[in-house]
Write a protein that binds this ligand. Structure first.
Ligand code: ADP
Length: 406
């Protein structure tokens, strides 16, 4: 079964192709083809990179007149030229699309039809940057892969079972009825980490209290009990919760009121300030990327140190809040760019939870490993580092659909 996955963003698009049998393998296999479009490098150009299994990358830079044309060109490398892995588009069995916002309506992945597309369009009011480009990916593949079933896999769906106490904001209920509530994001990654953690710990998901820490450019935590997300740090938008690379995370809403009253401020500027100019970048004045921050700390830069300290303070306090929602903790899971690669952040986050009997094995924490337990044997809480594989999670959803169409 050939499953094509598309993860369409505003400045980049990632796609991959899996070739699977009727049974899903225990460990995620390598895709047989991977491609990426990067629109962010030079204005007016897009860079297409195609990676073939165990072979070197093929790259080309093309004039970016129309995004759809570039996506078509990238997809054509599946069956054309030296990168070809299939003979024609008709060989694809099913296509999975990451869709950021599924609102209240979609609590699981769904076969895309005209009504689903309409709903994704309507939900763009909640996700103006993401849902329209997700839809663009869907409409482009629809034209190329005619009659191939397409599945929407939502970033919000994993958090669909939050209780009202966890999703309701304390504002007049008429706004809640308009859809202003906590949705939560990164659900595909949190779900993948839940299943992978259960596998690594050799315990059923229904038996575990987990906190999954997705710490990348965007950062969020999920509190998972009996396999369900019962609390999460991102909210109505992906701006709430943890301090992130360039996003502020949760701040006093009074600050927004104060800033909007200033004569030189407007909604667009505030949006940019909170989403692109804050977080690690805002405090350090250096970068949204943790690596140059750590480098600057080593060189004695006090602003970089403050940025790191605020980041860690936010991470610890939100982990504490997730523990309170769970009422206990069996495993703390670190994933995504920072979670997988920064022993400094993992050690700092864990340090204040030693009172729970959580003990990090500092040697294991320093070693680079994929899908490993870095707690000591005696630790009462397991600490896992898991390489998140959102594309694989999307492929698994599609595989389930093919086996038993919903
Ligand atoms: P996204 O959230 O966009 O998917 P990633 O999960 O790839 O992003 O995370 C990207 C971030 O991971 C970078 O901005 C950087 O801060 C961090 N990162 C990547 N590698 C390292 C590393 N070796 N040490 C510290 N941070 C890292």
């Amino acid at each position: 079964m050939k499953i094509l996955v598309l993860n369409t963003g505003s400045s980049s698009l990632k796609s991959c192709l899996y070739d699977l049998g009727s049974q899903l393998p225990d460990n995620p296999p390598e895709p047989i083809w991977e491609a990426m479009i990067d629109w962010s490098k030079h204005t007016g150009y897009a860079e297409i990179t195609v990676k073939l299994h165990q072979e070197k990358n093929i790259q080309e830079e093309v004039v970016a007149n129309s995004r759809t044309e570039i996506i078509q060109r990238m997809l054509a490398t599946l069956w054309e030229g030296e990168t070809a892995v299939i003979h024609s588009p008709s060989e694809i069995d099913v296509i999975g699309h990451r869709v950021v916002h599924g609102g209240n309506k979609y609590q699981q992945s769904i076969l895309i039809d005209a009504e689903v597309k309409q709903t994704i369009t309507e939900l763009a009011v909640f996700a103006p940057v993401h849902n329209p480009v997700n839809l663009e990916g869907i409409e482009t593949t629809e034209k190329i892969f005619v009659n191939v079933p397409q599945i929407a896999v939502f970033d919000t769906a994993f958090h669909a079972h939050l209780e009202p106490a966890a999703y309701t904001y304390a504002i007049p209920m008429k706004y809640t009825h308009q859809g202003i509530r906590r949705y939560g994001f990164h659900g595909i990654s949190h779900q993948y980490c839940r299943d992978r953690a259960a596998k690594l710990l050799n315990r059923p998901v229904t038996d575990l209290r987990l906190i999954t820490c997705h710490i990348g450019n965007g950062c969020s935590l999920a509190a998972i009990r009996n396999g369900l997300s019962i609390d999460t740090t991102m909210g109505f938008t992906p701006l709430e919760g943890l301090v992130m690379g360039s996003r502020s995370g949760s701040i006093d809403a009074g600050i927004l009121i104060h800033l909007l009253r200033q004569p030189d401020m407007d909604v667009e500027k505030l949006d940019r300030l909170l989403n692109r100019e804050s977080g690690l970048l805002g405090i350090s004045g250096l970068s949204p990327d943790l690596r140059p921050i750590l480098q600057a700390i080593a060189e004695g830069n006090s602003q970089a140190q403050l940025a790191f300290d605020v980041y860690v303070h936010s991470l610890r306090s939100h982990i504490g809040s997730m523990i309170a929602s769970l009422g206990g903790l069996d495993a703390l899971v670190f994933t995504a760019g920072v979670g997988e690669n920064s022993p400094e952040v993992r050690a700092a986050a864990c340090q204040n939870f030693e009172f729970l009997g959580l003990q990090l094995d500092h040697l294991k924490n320093q070693q680079r490993g994929r899908d490993v337990d870095i707690a000591t044997e005696e630790s009462k809480v397991r600490v896992l580092v898991i390489h998140t594989q959102e594309d694989w999670q999307i492929a698994c959803e599609c595989h389930g659909y093919r086996q038993s169409p919903k």
